[in-house]
Write a protein that binds this ligand. Structure first.
Ligand SMILES: Cc1ncc(COP(=O)(O)O)c(C=O)c1O
Length: 397
């Protein structure tokens, strides 16, 4: 059959949804050894043996059957212990649901709270994997651009709350944020909580970078909705093993949600993936229980690399950015650039450095590029050198 006819036969949403610019960049450069990849949100070290071994043993033991839709009890218990350690109060395993990466936690949230034409408020620049699934499922992201003023990112809460309409179901707060690193203060979280309580909206919190927080000294974590909310209120938190424990390829995450939502969440998981591989979950439990030294090392590395890239990029004329208070990305403005995707592809080809294009992060993102700095410091320094050279001799699109 004619390919055009085939495409016309699928839904408009599936046909028209734009590509993630991050994936376009990855597809351009992946497999080219000369390119230094800083496009994706992951480190350069594989998962530690201490988390892999228990998963391998579990696989060899024969943990190869269907399992609990909500996740295996030992992992949900380990999640409760982890949260109790880091958030200073008791948590119940009944509030945790294991998902196929943080991405499936987000997908589950959207499927559960937003129907056809409903709106979810999303501050931007934002990771494209929020707006994309909303559109694919027929709901609408209501994007509220943050402001980059005097070299700092700021979320105007009045503007955020003005975006609420009768169709609004939720407000997404990703803090520390991908891509800009903006981190909400406790006062800002309280304001969002109070507005959501007043208007009967869900808070969708994404705190996957909470441990990568540079303002509060060593061992600090970012302010959290868990500091100020009740677990049984309208609060849904998407989280993942990907970032803290170097497990991006495992595709395991979790959703923290009120106990009352157990049955609908279980149904959504059943009808999407029918659960997450049990042997992977065994490795994830080991990461939670025995991964603190590893996480501390990753955060220290990110902190040092952040200083390195800020120093190097700060020397390049025409580059502006805020040293990010959280997460592990630098989102920087390139003077004169109006097409970040075309520029990204050229930098891959001409300088051998893989960034992600700012435009893919929604309103307010064009004119910027994003790099991930949880990488090998030598490679990062080399990438900055190459990019500085490219900037001296080239004109961005
Ligand atoms: C803000 C944010 N939330 C959630 C995720 C989910 O990650 P994963 O699907 O790898 O678990 C990511 C990954 O980049 C992210 O940046």
């Amino acid at each position: 059959m004619n390919p055009q006819d085939l495409l016309r036969s699928i839904t408009r949403q599936a046909r028209e949804e734009p590509d993630s610019g991050i994936i376009v960049a990855v597809n351009r450069g992946l497999g080219r050894p000369e390119v230094i990849p800083l496009w994706a949100g992951e480190g350069n070290v594989p998962t530690p043996d201490a988390f892999c071994r228990p998963a391998i043993d579990s696989l060899l033991r024969g943990d190869t059957f269907y399992t609990w839709q909500r996740g295996i009890p030992p992992l949900r218990e380990a999640l409760a212990r982890y949260h109790t350690r880091h958030y200073g109060r008791a948590f119940s395993p009944e509030n945790f649901y294991v998902t196929g990466g943080g991405m499936q936690a987000i997908q589950t949230v959207i499927q559960m709270i937003a129907g056809e034409d409903d709106e979810i408020i999303l501050p931007t620049p934002a990771w494209p994997n929020y707006a994309g699934p909303m559109r694919l499922q027929g709901s609408r992201p209501r994007e509220v651009p943050m402001e980059f003023e005097n070299g700092r990112w700021r979320l105007d809460l009045d503007r955020l709350f003005d975006a609420i309409t009768p169709k609004t179901k939720a407000i997404v707060i990703n803090s520390p944020s991908n891509p800009v690193g903006w981190t909400a203060s406790l006062d800002e979280l309280v304001a969002v909580r109070d507005e959501c309580r007043k208007r009967g909206l869900w808070i969708v919190g994404d705190e996957v970078y909470a441990r990568f927080y540079y303002s509060g000294g060593e061992g600090a974590r970012a302010p959290s909705f868990l500091d100020i909310c009740d677990t049984e209120e309208r609060l849904l938190l998407a989280n993942t093993f990907s970032k803290n424990w170097a497990m991006t390829g495992w595709r395991v995450g979790w959703l923290q949600a009120p106990k009352a939502l157990g049955p609908p969440i279980e149904r959504i998981i059943q009808y999407n993936t029918s659960g997450t591989a049990a042997f992977l979950q065994v490795g994830c439990a080991a990461a939670l229980d025995h991964g603190e030294d590893f996480v501390a090392g990753q955060v220290a590395k990110a902190r040092a690399n952040r200083d390195l890239v800020c120093a190097r990029l700060g020397e390049i004329e025409g580059i502006r950015f805020e040293p990010p208070p959280g997460a592990f990305y630098l989102f920087f403005a390139v003077e004169g650039m109006t097409d970040s995707l075309a520029t990204t592809l050229r930098i891959i080809d001409e300088a051998g450095v893989g960034f992600a294009p700012g435009a893919t992060f929604g309103p307010g993102g064009e004119g910027f590029l994003r790099l991930c700095f949880l990488r090998d410091p030598g490679k990062l320094a080399e990438a900055m050198e190459r990019f500085a050279g490219w900037m001296r001799h080239s004109k961005p699109n």
